[in-house]
Write a protein that binds this ligand. Structure first.
Ligand code: SF4
Length: 64
């Protein structure tokens, strides 16, 4: 199981993460990323990785 962390100082609200991986990420009122579950289940691991790889600001990190 992985843990996911979003650096709020880097997130500028492109929305790629919650568009591509809605099981793991959501948006707050201004479009910045909210992590739905910090501990990523095996089923959501692929979505978490997709979000991590597609964030232009490199705000998302996954730890194992
Ligand atoms: S893709 Fe990155 S910058 Fe964009 S909302 Fe998600 S975490 Fe923030």
């Amino acid at each position: 199981m992985s843990r996911i962390v979003v650096d709020a100082d880097r997130c500028v609200g492109h929305g790629r993460c919650y568009t591509l991986a809605p099981d793991v990420f959501d948006a707050d009122d201004v479009g910045h990323c909210v992590v739905l579950t910090e501990e990523v289940s095996d089923e959501s691991e692929l979505q978490a990785k997709i979000g991590e790889q597609n964030c232009p600001e490199q705000a998302i990190s996954l730890t194992h």
